[in-house]
Each structure stands twice: as structure tokens, then as C-alpha cells.
Design a protein around this ligand. Structure first.
Ligand code: UD1
Length: 312
């Protein structure tokens, strides 16, 4: 059986995963995406090789039959963004909690072997220690963080109560080609790159010393593919980060260096719900999943910048 389902498969991370599955020789890749934050253009060049359904995970009836016969379902569909979940808590609750429940219920009933879930490092909140280890008690600071954490809990309960294999991957600020810079809720590096290419100053919320374990999307794809095959991991949650930590000031400085410009950023008040520092301990993911990130921040950022310059 060589059928895979990617919810959110027209999104930034989902479409990269679809490409990874096709490169690995998948027979059938089913994409479920309501195109709320995803885009058909993310599937350019591969649309003919996937089965695309514009259904919404908030409707169990729309998605249930699509899971039949799937070996692994990668659940990437979500309404991301910490500030968006504060501005519009109801839709993100419905997509991120109710939607996740619907996906899991559909998978359990269809007899899917395993579900891999896009969990979030935001679940940690502000920890006393860095790096952040899976055994730390979660301290969510935003609706988004609560929603993603609830999904993790549902994952492990579907493993223990309903016989579904599950693996949750807590992503740490994923960036790379096809991340949509088109909204104020977009990931910070996509916004920074849009600014540097337009020779405009970005806005940094806070003093710029907030730090993130920025993770290149290809490393996240590789991790997902390993999580789909690893043994004795069901019910577990793993960090999906690189193990490094870059401040926003450093990231903006590097982009200026790449482009050979001197463009000081504007600074504004920190955003509500923001975590100050984020860095993954990768020990468990290395041990259990064979996680081996390939991209340094500098290399990933260069590739991403090149893609935006030539691609969009
Ligand atoms: C959070 C989660 C991440 C999740 C993402 C989904 C944490 C640690 N991480 O990312 O796992 O995938 O939500 O959206 O909670 N910023 C600026 N200027 C801007 C935009 C953002 O300074 O124009 C700052 C933010 O205030 C924040 C940092 O950049 O300090 C990163 O923001 P963002 O890219 O939105 O991601 P997180 O909220 O960290």
C-alpha cells in the first residue's frame, strides 16, 4: 500500500512534503486543502501527480472517505499564526482543534496505519531553560499554542485508545521557498525577505533579541518521512527543530549582508502571545527518528532568498 494523504498539502510545508513523497516514489498522494492559507500555485509542476480535494477538515463528512486505503496521513492543515489566533480565535480553534479531531477520527475509522501531526514549539511557551526538551511542562501563551497542544494530546489518546499509530512533530519556526509573505500574519523570515528585496525596512516587534530555532523546510520534510517509517515511536511527540538559535536582529543583519545594503529596521512593541526564546533539544528526535538536519541557517536563508528573488 503506497497511498499518502497530506492535509494542508497546498500550503507552504504541506506542498514541500507532497514533493518529498513524490520524489520518494509514492503511488498516490491525496491533498486535502480548502485553500484558506494554501495556494494552488504551490503545487505548480506536480498538480498532475496528486489527487487534489478542496475539502475542509472542519467537516468530518467531507474528509472521511478520503482516508481509506492510506498508509500514512500527514496532518499539516491548520490556521497558523500566534497573533491571528488572538485576533480571530474562533476560526483557528475550529480548524486547529475540531479539524484535528476530525482528521484523527477519520483516520482511525479508515484503518490508516499512522498519522504524523504538525505540532508547534509554541506549546512550550517561555521555559526557564534552553534548549527546550520534550519532557518540559507545556506553558502555552496564546490560543494557537493551546490549540496545537490539544492536537498533540488527541494524537497520543488516539494511539492509546483507538489503535492508531501517531507521531507529533513540534515544528520550530519553519521557513523556506513558498512561504507566503502576503499577510501581516506571515512568518517573520518571509516578511524580512520581502522587505530586503524591496529595499524597505522591516518592523521588528520588541528589541530584536527574541530568538528562534529557524528550521529549513527541507529538513522538516526529511524528518516527516523518517517519522512515517520509524519503529516503536507511536504516541510520541518530538521536537522538529535544528537545535540552533538566531535572534531577529541577527537574521536581519545577515539578509543585509547577503544583499550588500545597510537598512536599519524599525522597532515596535512586542506582540501579545510572543515567546521570547525558542530552541529545540534534538536528542530524542536524533535517537528515535534518525533526525539529521542538513541546512545551516545561513545556507537555508540563502536558498530561500534566491527562491523569492527568482520564484514569486
Ligand atoms: C509561532 C511558533 C511556531 C509556529 C508559528 C505559526 C513559537 C516559538 N513558534 O511562531 O512554532 O509554527 O507560530 O505561525 O511560538 N516578528 C517581527 N516582525 C514581523 C513579524 C514577526 O519582529 O513582521 C517577530 C514576532 O514578534 C516573533 C518572531 O518575529 O517574535 C517570530 O514570529 P513569527 O514568524 O510570526 O513566528 P512565531 O510566532 O515565533
Amino acid at each position: 500500500m503506497n497511498k499518502f494523504v497530506v492535509t494542508g498539502g497546498a500550503g507552504f510545508i504541506g506542498s514541500a512534503l507532497v514533493r518529498g513523497l513524490l520524489e520518494q516514489g509514492a503511488d498516490t498522494v491525496v491533498v486535502i486543502d480548502n485553500l484558506l492559507t494554501g495556494h494552488l500555485k504551490n503545487l505548480d509542476g506536480i498538480a498532475g501527480n496528486v489527487e487534489l480535494h478542496g475539502h475542509d477538515i472542519r467537516s468530518y463528512d467531507q474528509i472521511a472517505s478520503l482516508m481509506r486505503g492510506a498508509d500514512v496521513v500527514f496532518h499539516e492543515a491548520a490556521i497558523p499564526s500566534v497573533p491571528r489566533s488572538i485576533d480571530e480565535p474562533a476560526p483557528s480553534h475550529e480548524a486547529n482543534i475540531d479539524g484535528t479531531f476530525n482528521v484523527l477520527r477519520a483516520c482511525a475509522e479508515a484503518g490508516v496505519r499512522r498519522v504524523i501531526y504538525a505540532a508547534s514549539s509554541s506549546a512550550y511557551g517561555d521555559s526557564d531553560l534552553l534548549p527546550k526538551v520534550e519532557t518540559m511542562i507545556p506553558r502555552p501563551k496564546s490560543p494557537y499554542a493551546v490549540q496545537k497542544l490539544t492536537g498533540e494530546y488527541y494524537m497520543s489518546v488516539f494511539a492509546s485508545c483507538f489503535g492508531l499509530e501517531t507521531v507529533s512533530l513540534r515544528y520550530f519556526n519553519v521557513y523556506g521557498p513558498r512561504q507566503d509573505p502576503g499577510s501581516a500574519y506571515s512568518g517573520v523570515l518571509s516578511l524580512f525577505i520581502k522587505c530586503i528585496l524591496a529595499r524597505q525596512a522591516p518592523t521588528i516587534f520588541g528589541d530584536g533579541e527574541h530568538s528562534r530555532d529557524f528550521t529549513f523546510v527541507e529538513d522538516v520534510v526529511a524528518l516527516n518521512l523518517k517519522a512515517a517509517q520509524a519503529e516503536n515511536v507511536s504516541g510520541n511527540m518530538y521536537n522538529g527543530g535544528n537545535g540552533g538559535r538566531i535572534t531577529l536582529n541577527e537574521a536581519w543583519r545577515l539578509l543585509q549582508k547577503f544583499e550588500g545594503v545597510d537598512l536599519p529596521a524599525n522597532y515596535a512593541e512586542p506582540r501579545a502571545g510572543d515567546v521570547r526564546d525558542s530552541q529545540a533539544d534534538t536528542t530524542l528526535a536524533v535517537r528515535d527518528l534518525g533526525h539529521a538536519p542538513q541546512f545551516t541557517f545561513e545556507e537555508g536563508l540563502r536558498r530561500t532568498l534566491d527562491w523569492y528573488r527568482n520564484g514569486v
